[in-house]
Ligand binder design. Structure first.
Ligand code: FES
Length: 632
């Protein structure tokens, strides 16, 4: 056998094992030859994702159909492959068992126990009562098992009882001579169990985002978090961003069913995982609060989202929704009630409502802004008694789409850029660069502005410009619309080509950041709030965690405030869901707030074009621009 190629296995810790192997051998077989363990649950049939690897360097054959099905187009595009399906055709480096969570950027959970409970009235609405009910004995007294239970507990049943509960009732009541625990939610019976189980009262909060789904298992009495779970939204195989997901489901109920099945499966899996982690029986989960953008909300409920994507972008329902988990096919939690937080407007969804609850912006004496940067950015601004909201269609550029070398925040993505006399890029996982993610794009643009490579007009400088240091000038190529700036030369990258930012990429960034900034500017204008009047700008959502706020200010993605006024509030949407889980007062508050918040439709405003053009521009650079060298 002619072992003429080198396959190098790299672990997450950076340990490298080069192996000589024959062209055409699968990655999995090469690993087995040298006793490197690779999970292959399905027996190398391409059906389990267990053998997922990330190609760090070198060329690989085109993906197989199994790669496409198991990993989805985004991961395949970013160099992920199934080791059992991929054969070596050139010297290659691969990372074994790369993280599942976007390969580097963590999926964010909710808040800690203290912040979740701070200043809120505890009371989940779930009650467990241990009672001894009378077992009907006397023929002369007309009674029934359920009537005796209601008498013993004083429960005010107003809704229908579940058929499963009625079926098990005769045996449960008689097993310990009527000694039962009755669980109710807002007075309605959810379950009846033999003996005393009052200690076990749990609930889960979920944030179903376009990119990721995360959940949190809480003790309903104490508010303590018992487990936290998260994963990439498995719907992403049908489209990475919100609009492509919506397009997939529009006017096609079959596709809607596919998307819904993936969401339900993911949530069911996370419930199981969280219960195993915390050693909790899923039957003891009684309340689930779910937030998500309007499209995810509708898809989760199986409601056709077609019209959310078409003017006037109206949802089918804005009010809070409450229904038994069994009606949603969440079979793992037969006794739970699922509560969806309300929606403010088409693109200001239940996730925004969760963030509003969590940040307490509605209680603020001073004017604050809450900004969630995403494909569809959301801006909420105001103070106690007056809140306004708008959504800003930024498009997927900040998620790496529509950018020549753009990619999500996965291993190998440039996430930080430093420019002085030359360029230094940091990548996620310190892997050779294979592209640039949104936070890297913002950092790159800010530093290119500061160094003069990029002009305030948005034009890349000419490579002959003598004002630039020679090393920077050498990285410029082309002119006009074809101009580009090399961030990482081919020999240092994980691809066989230079990683560049093109003039068109800069244009896409301007459109995306202009959309978000115009949302902020518009609300400032309508509410007559100057920059000085803004006490704080809170950044929410997964993306906000990774951007360098100084760079975001330097390119006018965010309002030019002193950096200490810009704070990051984490996954506020999930934290709001957790609050509504442990406090019915908060859940009901959300209903009232959703109706009070004034929604501004940007596109319908006559002055939007002017504001958008202003927001797309870059500021003139000053030598003291606060671009932090260390990143956020
Ligand atoms: S071993 Fe299951 S997908 Fe490769």
């Amino acid at each position: 056998m002619d072992n003429n190629l080198t396959l190098t296995f790299v672990t997450a810790d950076g340990d490298r094992t080069p192996v000589k192997t024959e062209s055409g051998t699968s990655f999995l077989d090469s690993a087995r030859e040298v006793d490197i363990d690779v999970v292959a649950t399905c027996g190398a049939r391409g059906k389990c994702r267990g053998c997922r690897v990330k190609v760090l360097k070198g060329s690989v054959a085109p993906p197989t159909i199994m790669d496409e099905v198991q990993l989805g187009p985004d991961e395949v595009h970013e160099g992920f492959r199934l080791a059992c399906q991929t054969r070596i055709i050139a010297d290659t480096e691969i990372m074994l068992a790369p993280p599942q969570t976007e390969g580097g950027h963590q999926i964010l959970g909710g808040g800690d126990d203290a912040s979740r409970r701070a200043g809120i009235e505890m009371g989940s609405g779930v009650e467990k009562n241990f009672v001894t009910a009378v077992i009907p004995m006397d023929e002369h007294v007309q009674s029934s098992d359920i009537e005796e239970i209601l008498t013993a507990t004083g429960a005010s049943q107003s809704g229908p009882l579940s058929p499963d509960l009625l079926r098990k009732l005769p045996a449960v009541l008689r097993k310990k001579k009527g000694a039962v625990t009755v669980t109710t939610f807002n007075g309605n019976i959810l379950d009846i169990e033999v003996g005393d189980t009052t200690e076990h009262k749990y609930g889960m909060a979920f944030d179903i985002g376009t990119t990721s789904i995360c959940g949190s298992l809480l003790d309903l009495d104490t508010g303590e978090q018992l487990a936290s779970v998260g994963e990439i939204n498995p719907q992403s195989v049908y489209g990475g961003d919100l609009m492509s997901r919506l397009a997939f489901a529009q006017f096609d109920l079959g596709n809607l069913r596919k998307l819904r099945a993936r969401a339900i499966q993911a949530v069911s899996g996370q419930i199981k995982e969280a219960c195993e982690k915390a050693d909790v029986a899923p039957e003891h989960i009684y309340k689930v609060v779910v937030v998500g953008n309007t499209a995810m909300h509708h898809i989760f409920l199986g409601i056709d989202p077609t019209y959310i994507g078409l003017a006037p972008y109206s949802p089918s329902i804005r009010d809070a929704v409450e229904m038994p988990a069994r009606d949603l096919m969440l079979k793992t939690i037969p006794n739970a009630t699922v509560c969806m937080l309300p929606i403010v407007a088409g693109f200001v969804g239940a996730d925004a409502m969760g963030a509003i609850l969590a940040t307490r912006i509605f209680e603020s004496e001073e004017i604050r802004a809450l900004v969630d940067i995403g494909t569809n950015g959301e801006v909420i601004m105001g103070r106690k008694g007056k809140l306004m909201a708008c959504s800003a269609p930024a498009g997927p550029a900040l998620e790496g789409a529509q950018i020549k070398h753009g990619m999500r925040g996965a291993i190998g993505a440039i996430e930080k850029v430093y420019i002085d006399d030359d360029v230094i890029c940091e990548t996620i996982g310190n892997a050779p660069a294979t592209g640039i993610c949104g936070s890297g794009l913002i950092d790159a643009a800010a530093n290119m502005l500061k160094s003069g490579v990029l002009q305030a007009s948005g034009r890349l400088r000419n490579k002959d410009d003598e004002s630039l240091p020679p090393a920077l000038a050498a990285r410029l190529s082309g002119s006009g619309g074809k101009a580009a700036f090399i961030l990482v030369y081919a020999e240092d990258s994980g691809k066989d080509e230079d990683i560049t930012l093109t003039q068109e990429d800069i244009r896409q960034l301007q459109l995306a950041k202009g959309a978000i900034y115009s949302g902020i500017l518009m609300l400032q204008r309508i509410m007559e709030v100057s920059d000085e009047d803004l006490a704080e700008l809170q950044l929410a959502g997964g993306f906000g965690n990774y951007i360098n706020t100084a760079s975001a200010v330097a390119i006018h993605l965010l309002t030019p405030l002193p950096l200490e006024k810009i704070t990051y509030v984490g996954n506020a949407a999930l934290m709001g869901a957790e609050m509504a889980l442990i406090s019915e007062t908060e859940r009901k508050r959300a209903d009232g707030l959703a109706k009070e918040i004034e929604h501004v439709s940007l596109a319908a405003r006559m002055d939007f074009q002017d504001i958008f053009i202003e927001a797309m521009g870059f500021p003139e650079t000053k030598t003291d621009d606060p671009i932090a060298k260390t990143g956020t």
